[in-house]
Each structure stands twice: as C-alpha cells, then as structure tokens.
Write a protein that binds this ligand. Structure first.
Ligand code: ADP
Ligand code: ZN
Ligand code: ZN
Length: 739
C-alpha cells in the first residue's frame, strides 16, 4: 500500500515540474491512484483545494513530519482532468515511458498569448456583380482570384487564416480583390479560430440508404449498451464523412462533444469546410502549425464548452472536452497515427482507451483498413459496417498491369512501359490530367560502384545518399550534402553508376519525351518551404499543369476531378522494405493511388508497372479487392506470428557508441530470454534497425513476440525495472513500441 501521493494542483504541463507530496490517510488506502481527484490543504492557511494525483510511492521527499495529509477523495462525477491523468497512466503502462512523459503527452502546455486579432474577409459586392467578376477571372485564368472569390460567394465570410493556409491565396491577391471592391476586411479582437459561419449558411446532405442504415445501427447498438468500437469499412467516396457528421450531430443534440482525427495531410480546405458548413464556428481545427499558445487556446475553448467538435491529427485526441460523446478516427490505417516519441502510442488503441474512460463512442473508418482493425472486427472485438458503393454512383477505374521484366526483354529501358506511354499520349491529347506516382517510400536514386559494389553512403547515417540535380548528393535523414565524387570512396575505382530512379529523373524524362506537357513535381524537395505541399496541389487543381509527378504525398485525400489517368511506376518498390507490414503498405498505397483516377464523371484509367505482377498485394490492389488482400496477408501474418495474429513489442535502443549499444542490447536480450523461457515468449535480435545510424547515433532493435498483450506488458515492466537498477543502461536510450 502506498503511503504518499504526488499531487498537482493545476492541470497543465508546467505544474508537472512541481508536484506536491501528500500523505495518504489510512482510511483512503487503496482508493488513491493516478487520476484520483483529491481535496488537499494548501498553502500557509491550509485552504482546501482540489488537486490531482499523478503518482504514488513509499518514499518521503521532504521531512515526513512536514508532509500534509490528503483531506478526502472527490466522489461522484470527476472532471475530465482526472480522466486524462488516468489515460496518461495507461499510456505509461501499455507503451512504456515515464509518467511525466505520458502526462506531457495528454496535458496542454499552458501558454496564454494575447488574444489574436482575427481578420475576417467578407464579400463586399452584390452576388450578381461578384459572379460577373468571377467569370472574368476564370476567363483570364486568374486562378487564385477566382478561387478566393468563389469561396466568398459561397460562404460570405471567411477567416483570412483559412484562406491563406488552406486555399493558398496570397496577401496581394486579397488586396487586389479589396481594391476592386469585391472584398472587405474586418478585424475582430477575440480569438475565434479558425472558422466563422454566417447563420443560415449551414448545409447538410440527406443520407442515402446505406449511410442511414450504418448511422442508425451504430446509434442503436450504443443505446442497447453495446460499447464495442465500430469499424466502417467503406470504399473511397462512399460517404463516410457524412456518417461521421450525422453521428456527431446526434451527440451534440444530447449535449456531448466530438473529436475527429484526420491525418494532417488529409486535413484540406475541402474537408474543413464540410464540417464548418454543418457545425459552424462550434468546430475548431488543431494542426502542427499552431503555436503552443494557439493550441492552448483551442484546448481552453474546448474545456469551457465554446466548441463542440475538434478536428485534427493525433494530438487532438487529448482535447479536454467536459462531456465527450464520440471519437472518430478517419483513415485509421494511416501510419501518422503512431507517435514517434515516447510514449510511442497509437491513436487507434488510445482512442479505445479514452472511449472507455469517457464512456464515449469510438468509430474508425477506412477504405483500406489496417490489418489490426479488420482482424479485430473479424473476431467481434469491433463491430464491422461495410459499404461497397460510392455515394455518387461512379464506376471504379479500369486497371491494367504492366510486367516491367517484359518491357526490359523487349528493349524498353525507360521508366515508362509501352502501355503507360500510350495512355499518357491519349490522355494529353484529350486535354485531360494525369498523375504519375513513384512508389518509393524512402528509396531514391543513388550512386554505387561497379567495381566493389558499394553504394555511396552518408558519413553520419547508414543510408545511401540520394542523387539530386546539379551533381549533388543529399542525405534525406540529416541533410548532409556533397558533390558527386569522381571515384569510389571505398575502392577508388572511377566506375560509378546511378541506381534507381527519383522523381527528378522521372520529371526530366517526361519533359524530354512530352515537351509540350506542363509538369509539376511534388516530393520532399519541392515541398520543403512553408505550405509548399498545398501550393503544388492547388496549382494542379487549377490546371496549371497537365501531369503531376510525385511520391506517396500525392495519393492522399485530394480530389482532382480532371485526373483521368494514374500511372504507378515501380509499384513493388515498397515491397522490398524489410518490414512485415511492407505488403500492407503497398496495397494501401496502390489502392489509394488508383482511387485518384476518374473522380469527375469520366471513367478513370490506371496503369500499374511492376517487376512482380504475381504478388497478391499488387493483384488485389488492381482489382480494388481488400478482402482478397486481407485473406492472403492474415495467413502470412499468422504463419510468422506477426501482429495482429500475435502481439509484438519492439525495444528500440540508441547510443553514440556502437559497440556499447550492441553489448547493452545483448544483456537486455539475455535478461528477457531468461524470463521469456518461462512464459513462452520469443525474443528476436538485437538487430540493426532498417536505418542503422542516423546523425551519428546508432540504432538497434529487439523484438518480443507472444500471443497475448498482457505477457508483453509484464516483460516490458520487468525490462524497465532491470534497466532502472543497472547503471550501465543510463548511457543508452531505450524506447518501447507496441507493434
Ligand atoms: P468518404 O469519406 O467515404 O471518402 P465522402 O463523405 O467524402 O466519402 O463522400 C464522397 C462524396 O460524395 C462527397 O463529395 C460527398 O459530398 C458526396 N456524398 C456523400 N454522401 C452523399 C449523399 N447522401 N448525397 C449526396 N452526396 C453525397
Ligand atoms: Zn568501389
Ligand atoms: Zn545523413
């Protein structure tokens, strides 16, 4: 039984630096743990205030006689603070981290900024006149002006922030419309982020039968006491977002609030504006570009009940709503839902836990569900809802596969197979747009030696340097740059050749072969500047280019109605990643990429180029058949004992000293092996990570496999204790990850 409790008196990250220790009275023993709200005497006058327990222990930190006693435990409805602290305790136990790290993940940074003056843009001209100007802008191809004016005609009022960040309209464009008398700027003092609605501007569509059925079944199950998370597996465009909004609206009608998680890359103007039309300025958006102060303000507005819906990436999951009713995780399969810093939590699992603590409904949605989610659905842990038809009855695109080995045999050594070249010619001749997707996931054109075979690597990271224009070699991990060497750094041979293709090479090739086509390229290089990503997408949407070439960035969540052809170059590249999820990622990327074709009325065409045309992930993606893919993939996973059919824990170790790291990880493995024998767990490694060194820091990983999660939690705790008492481990950094 713990004797003392660490209590914070204010729920914010800063207060974590100074918790106060209190004695747990005997009559409260066993009732005090992380998240318990307590009454405590505080300050000189021992005024009784509320505090939150963040941890308990046996050791007094100051003279025991100076430690005051907890006066009582707050009964009845505890606040959201308590539930968030309980969530942090779960994060610590399940994912492995310190309690402080876990609390910092769930609690907002308190940083009050002066309320920002918010500039609102409103339509200043009569609608008729505005429509005339709009037609004129379109005629003159003044796309940015047209885009802004069109949005204003629709919405009447828009916050300038949303306009510049999401519509990609620059300040001079705004000024020009202002000078023409089409637009008026007004400044509001209070912080009203990020959207404002005009009354009566709200819209909602009537659900179709499939959507209505799913929404009703979910509501009914909930009312009957079924607390299982729901998975909506529905093809792209089936109208999942409309279902989410319906469920949210029902929650709001009951006085509850909602969290909607959307991967940041899919958090586009189109998405935000849909929620805004439905819920007006009762919504807020969270994104990584908000400053700490802005974030804090958003959390505060949520806590005070000024908003009903928070939309954002992973971190929006911790919004402190007083009466959270529903958590939605859209595109639940996205890798960005996994945190990369300790605690390395996954938003899907964490949403389920928060849902339990809040008694809130949890709904996942995807067109290509993660193996984990679909597996749970197939075993009845989640309830599955399937929608196979698009809301606006549009046919799926036709897909053709090109075997690139045959192209090579026929003497075609270029990146374009004959089929794709022909389709591209026809597409351009018809005046349509095309997207060329280079599936590389981290593979780039690199240089290697013909004599000794060694690739030219970064001196600080264990990766090949990528070839860039102008004779440069660049490291994509640390930014190291050098000129292409004359001779091999390993053996001195002067026969160096480039391998693989990068987006730049594809762009050069396409420009040479199709000199009249206008080409845009989107990759790490072209999107580095602020909003670079959205600028390119907006330019392509405005038809400023005929062909968009890019990496996986171009396949997520954007609608380009004029794209008829999608070409997938080197579809199998991601299959060769040394990761048991490689086939799943490949299937998801290909399906998403193929789904970009033919959004607006016309039938889409897709050409998949591959060296491995027989692979099930490629065949299933070509047929857009998730279930077939799942059947094959789950077989492979269960044979290998990989998640989701078994549980797996990764132990990542990093250190500047390679030999030391190897030794320490070796000891850890020995320790785990001794325990694992007793409980039937398997330990693999330690092995080098896929990238074995980044920025001169070495990286090793151990995998622990077992069929049950609890056994992994047990082993993780033992490992943490072992490292705690052995000083040798201080020199290395260890992070746990649930796979
Ligand atoms: P998903 O999220 O499943 O990809 P969306 O919710 O984005 O699908 O819907 C795809 C398109 O179909 C959107 O343009 C949306 O406005 C439209 N849509 C969805 N449901 C309906 C409906 N019931 N009636 C009319 N249009 C709809
Ligand atoms: Zn060499
Ligand atoms: Zn590097």
């Amino acid at each position: 039984m713990s004797l003392f409790a660490d209590v914070i008196v204010d729920i914010s990250q800063e207060s974590l630096d100074r918790p106060f220790q209190y004695r747990i009275p005997v009559d409260l023993a066993g009732r005090v743990g992380p998240g318990t709200a307590v009454r405590i005497p505080f300050g000189r006058g021992d005024r009784e205030i509320t505090g939150y327990v963040i941890g308990t222990g046996q050791t007094p930190k100051i003279a025991p006689e100076r430690i005051k006693e907890i006066a009582g435990v707050l009964e009845g409805s505890v606040g959201v603070e308590a539930r968030l602290i309980a969530l942090a305790a779960w994060l610590r136990d399940f994912y492995g981290s310190t309690m402080i790290q876990a609390l910092k993940t769930v609690l907002p940074v308190k940083k009050k900024e002066k309320p920002k003056a918010q500039t609102i843009l409103s339509l200043a001209a009569a609608e008729e006149e505005a429509e005339k100007s709009l037609a004129l802008f379109r005629q003159k191809h003044q796309n940015a002006r047209a885009r802004l004016l069109e949005a204003l005609i629709q919405e009447r009022e828009l916050p300038s922030q949303l306009v510049t960040r999401k519509l990609n309209v620059t300040a001079p464009v705004i000024t020009s419309l202002e000078n023409m008398g089409l637009l008026r700027k007004t400044v509001r003092q209070e912080y009203r982020n990020p959207v404002h609605v005009r009354e009566g501007g709200r819209r909602s569509v009537a659900l179709n039968l499939a959507q209505q059925t799913v929404a009703d079944q979910i509501t009914k199950a909930w009312e009957e006491g079924n607390r299982k998370p729901c998975l909506i597996y529905g093809v792209t465009g089936c109208g999942k977002t409309e279902i989410y909004m319906e469920l949210i609206a029902r929650g709001i009608a009951r006085g509850q609030q909602a969290i909607v998680l959307i991967p940041e890359i899919a958090l586009t103007y189109q998405t935000v504006i849909r929620f805004y039309r439905r819920f007006g300025d009762r919504i807020s958006i969270m994104n990584s570009r908000l400053s700490k102060g802005e974030r804090y303000d958003q959390y505060e507005r949520a806590r005070k009940g000024l908003i009903d819906v928070m939309i954002g990436p992973r971190s929006a999951l911790f919004t402190p709503f007083p009466n959270l009713g529903i958590i939605i995780v859209d595109e639940e399969h996205e890798t960005s839902y996994q945190s990369e810093t300790s605690p390395r939590y996954h938003a899907r699992e964490t949403a389920v836990r928060r849902g339990e603590l809040e008694d809130a409904m949890v709904v996942f949605g995807s067109a290509t569900p993660s193996l984990e989610a679909y597996y749970k659905a197939s075993r009845g842990i989640y309830t599955l809802y399937t929608i196979k038809e698009r809301a606006q009855k549009r046919a799926l695109p036709t897909v053709q596969i090109t075997d690139m080995r045959k192209e090579l045999a026929a003497g075609n050594r270029t990146v374009l197979g004959r089929k794709l070249r022909q389709e591209l010619e026809e597409c351009l001749a018809a005046g349509d747009q095309a997207m060329l997707f280079l599936n590389r996931r981290g593979y780039a054109g690199f240089l290697s030696c013909r004599s000794c075979g060694a690739p030219v690597k970064c001196p600080h990271c264990d990766v090949s340097l990528s070839i860039h224009r102008g004779g440069r070699l660049v490291c994509h991990y640390c930014g190291y740059e050098t000129r292409i060497p004359e001779t091999c750094p390993e053996c001195g041979s002067s026969f160096l050749r480039s391998f693989g293709i990068g987006t730049q090479q594809v762009e050069d090739f396409i420009k040479k072969e199709f000199p009249r086509a206008r080409v845009l390229r989107m990759d790490l290089d072209t999107t580095r500047e602020k909003d670079g990503h959205e600028k390119i997408l907006a330019a392509f949407a405005d038809r400023e280019a005929d062909i968009l070439i890019g990496t996986q960035m171009i396949v997520k969540g954007h609608d380009f109605p004029d794209v008829v052809l999608v070409g997938i170059l080197a579809a199998d590249m991601s299959l060769h990643a040394s990761d048991y999820r490689a086939a799943e990622r490949t299937f998801q990327l290909l399906t998403q990429a193929a789904g970009r074709a033919g959004r607006g009325g016309r039938e889409g065409r897709v050409v998949i180029q591959t060296y491995d045309p027989g692979h099930y992930s490629i065949r299933a993606a070509a047929k857009q058949d998730y279930e077939e893919f799942y059947r094959q993939e789950i077989l492979y996973r269960s044979m290998g004992g990989y998640p989701p059919s078994g549980a797996m824990l990764a132990v990542h170790g990093t250190c500047e000293d390679e030999a030391y790291l190897g030794m320490a990880m070796g000891y850890l493995k020995e320790f785990l092996d001794r325990l694992a024998g007793k409980c039937g767990a398997g330990i693999i490694g330690p092995a080098e990570e896929t990238v074995a060194k980044i920025n001169d820091i070495y990286r090793r990983v151990l995998y622990v496999k077992h069929s049950r999660e609890e056994v992994l939690t047990f082993l993780k705790e033992k490992a943490e204790q072992y490292m705690e008492i052995n000083e040798g481990f201080r020199k290395i950094t260890v992070q746990f990850e649930r796979c």
